[in-house]
Design a protein around this ligand. Sequence first.
Ligand SMILES: [Zn+2]
Ligand SMILES: [Zn+2]
Length: 156
Amino acid sequence: MKKKPAVDMDEIRERFASYLRKQKYRNTQERYLVLESAIVMEEHFSADELYLRMRGASLKVSRATVYSTLDLLTKCNILMKHRFQEGGAHFELADKMPNHDHLICVECGRIVEFQEEALDEIQNKVCEQLGFKPIKHSLQIFAVCRDTRNCEYNNS
Ligand SMILES: [Zn+2]
Ligand SMILES: [Zn+2]
């Protein structure tokens, strides 16, 4: 159902470099390590998950660098930041997929992506009525897994 993105690593790296240049941030190697590790993470990840993955791969970066770089990558639209739950943020690659929305289990935190054309129609209709030009939308539906076998919370 879902297609893996054809990610153009060079293009993304270039976009990040030009953003850092423009904002006068230092072009450090650690920042590119974070970028490259973020791109190969699956679907949605938290800053801590990325940090642990990098540590596991023996990459030397501090937790603070991971956090601050993820913020920079969000600001230059390479990553999208979602707040699915209280407290933590999740990231995903911005040009990975067409506009999609998320269902989140409030018990176990499972995240499921979906695309529903009717939501695009609503987006367009609302923008039309209120005099906006739509770019994208982000809808989060909070729910609980109906099938308890899928739900880690109900499983334990
Ligand atoms: Zn997503
Ligand atoms: Zn669940």
